[in-house]
Design a protein. Sequence first.
Length: 450
Amino acid sequence: MDRQLVKWTGLVAAISAAWGLVWASAAARRTAIVKAVERARPAVVSIQSERTVRNTASDEFVHPPPGSRSSGMGTGIILDPRGYILTNHHVVEDVSSIRVLLVDGSSYAARLVARDRENDLALLKIEVARSLPTIPIGTSSDLMLGETVIAIGNAFGYEHSVTVGVISALGRNVALNRDIVYKGLIQTDASINPGNSGGPLLNVDGELIGVNVAIRAGAQGIAFALPVDQVLRVAADLFASLRPAEIRPGLVLRDCVDVSDANRPARRWASVERVEADSPAARAGIQPGDVLLEANGWPIAHGLDWERALLDLPADDTLRLRFRRGNEEQTVQLALHRSSPDNHAAELVWRVLGLRLSPVSAEQVRRVQASLRGGMMVVSVAPNSPAERAGIQPGDVLIGLHLWETLSYDNLAYVLRHPDRNSFLPLRYFIIRNGSVQRGYFHIGEDTWR
């Protein structure tokens, strides 16, 4: 009896030890890379479309070609739980239809709602009845050569393919052709293939550090991604372009990142850089240097969060804003809309030209030309608008329209409402860009004025 008991005890011990080894092995296999993929993968989507392909790339560098009827021709990243998805502009350029495939296999029709050709980014929208997972946001300000990175995408139509590599170089400038030049790219040897465009480049924490954008044809292990800090600024502008012109809180924010402590994750915050005079923010007492913490329950860590918080708000709504000034937290209410001639002028400029603007002082423009008295900085450009077709970019300063200076929305509205306005077409503009005055033309149909 004792022998039998010993035998059974030994057998149980052996089985327990074996199971312990199995569990230990499974735990060891769940590496940092596995955890990173598990964290980010639900926010990665496949983009399918029907399109007419135009080969605009040079022989050296190509965008992953989607094909005229392609499944899994691109990748996207969920930025907002309401169904807003970021991808490359070239992925959805000239498409006739777009479908998005989520990680759970569900498929949705998508529409292009905003785009930025110069930075090769576009924003899609799908209509969903549930809240979608969003990508964790990292920073590209502390990347290291040799750092492990992960790419997820639809390589050759194989959805959610995962590849791993390292950062090969930073700050690469890549010219695809005469018209398309990428600046400050991340170079990686992670395998990025046709279909990966618009997908995430992740760090080992599963955070977005870049958007995969291009590969070098005929080369092994050379691919490029837009750095996430740049992507966030462009994405914020894309979201801002969806906001009605009358919703103007009057805040200009600056994205800040603290990566000084290597033992802690990067810390992000959005600081108020400028407050427009007589704006809702000014009337609520917001000051430059205040740090935004929350808007209507949305945590604010950067400008993109701010624009997402403003999305879908009624024009006559109020915004509950929590912020920090010094060591003290405060909460105020911003009345977003106040009917005024300036609001009507802003609506007209947005409808006719597709521009959202913010005044700049004479001091800012006199560095370029001493006779200038001010201007209007471009905050966002509406997709498919006369301004976008004219090549206007966020950051440009509009200083003149036809024969008149542009110091305010009222100045622009004066031109757009002028009784002889049709004789002005095409409408000449003057802007400051890169420290010099440039000119161009808005091509506007006569019926657009109505």
